[in-house]
Design a binder for this molecule. Structure first.
Ligand SMILES: Cc1cc2nc3c(=O)[nH]c(=O)nc-3n(C[C@H](O)[C@H](O)[C@H](O)COP(=O)(O)OP(=O)(O)OC[C@H]3O[C@@H](n4cnc5c(N)ncnc54)[C@H](O)[C@@H]3O)c2cc1C
Length: 270
């Protein structure tokens, strides 16, 4: 088989923290249309270099073989944009060590279609939105908010995000700015290992689930979110998704699946 042609270029790389970055990609044929919340598939050949921050790997049997993975898009679905990914380094992983070796101007492969069901398509416009993420699970919400958040909207919108350290919470300044400008929007970050940070973390401490159980959202909204008026989105680690799904089901929420409309929408990263 002939080697796969790399069909896109890295236009920018923003290092958020060690092992955490935002990557901008411009496909040669332009950005395909997509719904906020959907994911692209990107790839690099096995022969591409790995960042020195990653674990060493044996030389690949076939250096031309394309390693592909799914990434939620953080960019708005509006004309004139690049594709934006928010990526964490898995040191022992196959693709992310190669992504972290890229620089502006590097070439990459992007799959022709952007797909996925983790979108706002099945949420009625009068329903409140709670977006819960761990780590890079913020990415699809950034696309949804950048494309659809309206300051004058009546419905309430909240982002609940958990990370180990405060520096691992991406898009903080943008989310804080949204909160200042849109009275219907709440940003609730939580950190699980805040000890020893150079600027002491003054925010919530623990796992993102406890923002739900501890009433932080209720306090921010002035009302308890319930299945009658709220859709909840869960994105990121399987452990958080499992815990949150159980909690929500206990309160009468139902999982949204193909052929079964519900008010809990789920995107598991692994
Ligand atoms: C629909 C979808 C959207 C995704 N969007 C994103 C995204 O926006 N950003 C992102 O960083 N990843 C995202 N992922 C995960 C991504 O596809 C890869 O699995 C991840 O980047 C690891 O790839 P790898 O080849 O380096 O590791 P692999 O060799 O494939 O190793 C996989 C292992 O890495 C760990 N892992 C995978 N993803 C993460 C993660 N995000 N954080 C911590 N540990 C992880 C798990 O233990 C998993 O078993 C998404 C996955 C899916 C299915």
């Amino acid at each position: 088989m002939p080697p796969v042609q790399l069909n896109a270029v890295i236009s920018q790389r923003i290092d958020v923290a060690p092992g955490l970055m935002v990557l901008h990609i411009v496909p040669d044929k332009g950005v395909p249309g997509f719904e906020p919340g959907q994911f692209a598939v990107v790839g690099l050949p096995a022969g591409a270099p790995r960042t020195p921050m990653s674990d060493p790997e044996d030389p690949p049997a076939d250096p031309e073989k394309l390693i592909r993975r799914a990434y939620s898009l953080a960019s708005p679905s509006l004309p004139g944009h690049h594709l934006e990914l928010f990526v964490t380094l898995v040191r022992s992983g196959e693709l992310t060590p190669r992504l972290f070796a890229l620089q502006p101007g590097s070439r990459i492969w992007v799959g022709p279609k952007i797909t996925g069901l983790f979108t706002l398509a099945d949420v009625p416009p009068d329903q409140n939105l709670v977006m819960v993420a761990t780590g890079t699970g913020l990415a699809p919400y950034m696309s949804m908010l950048r494309t659809r958040l309206e300051a004058g909207e009546k419905r309430k919108v909240a982002v609940l995000v958990g990370a180990r350290h405060s520096w691992d919470i991406g898009y903080q300044s943008e989310l804080r700015m949204m909160q200042r400008l849109a009275p219907n929007f709440a940003f609730l970050p939580i950190v699980s290992r805040p000890d020893g940070e150079p600027t002491p973390w003054g925010g919530a401490k623990g796992h993102v689930q406890s923002l739900w159980t501890g009433g932080a959202l209720e306090q921010a909204w002035g009302e308890k979110p319930g299945p009658e008026n709220t859709h909840v989105f869960l994105c990121g680690s399987p452990a958080m998704i499992e815990d949150m799904t159980k909690l929500l089901q206990g309160e009468g929420f139902t999982v949204h699946e193909k052929g079964n409309k519900g008010n809990v929408h789920v995107e598991k990263y692994w």
